[in-house]
Design a protein around this ligand. Structure first.
Ligand code: BES
Ligand code: ZN
Ligand code: ZN
Length: 482
């Protein structure tokens, strides 16, 4: 998609579609019949007589079609969400009618403020995973969009928005990619290429270095696979306070605690936390003005071969905690524990992990909200405020001390699963918290609910991986400045 800022509609030739916002004064540049129809439609919308606020007005004598939006965005509870929904609706029409060259007329609708949200919406909604199949729905690289009347929007801000949306789509591509393409070593190669030249320092721990370093969780999870585990440390500047830690299980069979076959294929997206963390780190570094920070990515493939970890195996983590691995399918927490330890070794004082950790979070929240679990109200409020703006929604779940007893093991300090089978998302957070030292503030983001969608929902009008977290974490990193 190419976006261009232009002063007036008349400056663009051969348009196929003009998207018009009627929430302010109707633009003088519209042809008279369109203006009349639009005005009548606006009255219907205002009188609550229209099912939706969108109207297509057909082309007149070979001119463009008009797509008229006649609802005051300011009336929406969240104007960002309103604009995103609109972008989704526009993309639906573009797909249906095959438009390629369009203008968006922002006249009278606080154009400069609305434009970035629309650009983002068009780019995110226009995505489809098309690496292995020719997908008409994938609009990337196919559209020319002229923004008319985006007053106050600089070309720098426009290009920042494009960069961010492109990175979200790249994260989706990475997370959607099958596990025969993306495995720990190839993830590392991708990450190195992505962040080259951004100022991020990249350190990669190989299997041997992980073993020597005592990162037993990554080893325990990765040892049943022919694809060895890796840890990536990205650091930006010196003395970063914040570390993002991503679960990068490139495929999760469950290991010896094998998952049922039905639906197992979508466990190729079990590295969505890692994908989100990687692309947020890339963006923060590339866009500039970011404070120092760390990103730690824990990569392993959870497979059940003769060398695999068995249920009941016990490992001793670097911080001294011993874990009885009662279920090898609760592997995300095992690799993340190493990532959390590693982040603190680097000096991080605030640790956020992003992980497709539990089916329980998915069942509890559906596909629009990811789960946030923390004991630190100020971290929750910070992330919740960000999510409100990005539309990557979050919901807080509790983290009570008294549930810790469900993790009890008779032979080790802790089990990796609950003996009770309730509050699964909270149990995951309580397990991870055992690796958080004094003086470190911890916030857990279980993105299993919305990392992978069975059906398009809301602004994420895509099937498969959504890139949920990229834009939240970018802003979270930026919020640590100054
Ligand atoms: N990767 C899964 C969690 C998951 C499930 C993500 C569904 C996305 C959609 C995770 O490793 C897992 O298997 N969790 C188990 C934990 C259980 C064994 C305590 C689960 O949720 O069933
Ligand atoms: Zn699992
Ligand atoms: Zn998993």
């Amino acid at each position: 998609m190419k976006f261009e800022l232009v002063g007036e509609l008349a400056a663009v030739s051969s348009l196929e579609l003009v998207v018009v916002f009627l929430d302010g004064e109707l633009s003088r540049t519209l042809p008279e019949p369109v203006r009349e129809v639009g005005e009548a439609f606006r009255q219907r919308v205002e009188a609550d007589q229209a099912k939706e606020p969108l109207l297509v007005v057909a082309a007149d004598g070979g001119g463009p079609a008009y797509l008229i939006h006649a609802k005051k965005l300011a009336e929406d509870e969240n104007p960002g969400e309103g604009l995103r929904k609109l972008a989704v609706a526009v993309v639906e029409r573009i797909r249906k009618y095959g438009y390629r060259r369009l203008a968006v007329l922002l006249d009278g609708s606080e154009g400069g403020r609305a434009a970035p949200l629309l650009v983002e919406g068009l780019m995110l909604a226009g995505y489809a995973y098309s690496e292995y199949a020719n997908k008409e729905e994938d609009l990337r690289g196919k559209l020319e969009v002229f923004l008319v009347g985006a007053e106050g929007l600089s070309s720098e801000e426009l290009s920042r928005t494009v960069t961010i949306s492109e990175a979200v789509n790249r994260a989706r591509d990475l997370n959607n990619a099958p596990a025969n393409q993306v495995y720990p070593e190839s993830f590392v190669a991708y990450a190195e290429e992505l962040v080259a030249g951004t100022g991020l320092k990249v350190t990669v721990l190989t299997e041997r270095e992980l073993e020597e370093g005592g990162y037993v969780g990554l080893i325990a999870v990765g040892q049943g696979s022919r694809r060895p585990p890796r840890l990536i440390h990205l650091s930006y500047g010196e003395g970063g306070e914040l570390a993002l830690v991503g679960k990068g299980v490139t495929f999760d069979t469950g290991g010896i605690s094998l998952k049922p076959g039905r639906g197992m294929w979508n466990m190729r997206s079990d590295m969505s936390g890692a994908g989100a963390v990687l692309h947020a780190a890339y963006l923060a570094a590339r866009l500039g003005d970011a404070p120092p920070f760390h990103a730690v990515i824990c990569l392993a493939e959870n497979m059940p071969d003769g060398a695999a970890t068995r249920p009941g195996d016990i490992v001793r983590y670097k911080n001294g905690v011993t874990v009885e691995i009662q279920n090898t399918d609760a592997e995300g927490r095992l690799v993340l524990a190493d990532g959390i330890i590693y982040a603190q070794e680097q000096g991080a004082k605030v640790v956020l992990d992003s992980s497709t950790l539990t089916g329980a979070a998915h069942r509890a929240l559906g596909e629009r909200y990811s789960a946030v679990i923390t004991r630190h109200d100020e971290l929750w409020e910070r992330l919740a405020g960000i999510a409100e703006e990005t539309g990557e929604l979050v919901w807080r779940l509790p983290m009570p001390k008294e549930y810790e007893e469900h993790l009890r093991s008779t032979v080790a300090d802790t089990s990796n699963i609950s003996s009770v089978g309730l509050a699964g998302a909270t149990i995951g957070a309580l397990f991870l918290n055992k690796f958080v030292g004094e003086g470190t503030r911890f916030i857990h983001n279980d993105i299993a609910p919305c990392a992978f969608l069975s059906k398009p929902r809301g602004v994420f009008t895509v099937e498969g991986c959504t890139g949920h977290g990229v834009r939240n974490y970018l802003r979270l990193i930026q919020s640590f400045a100054g």
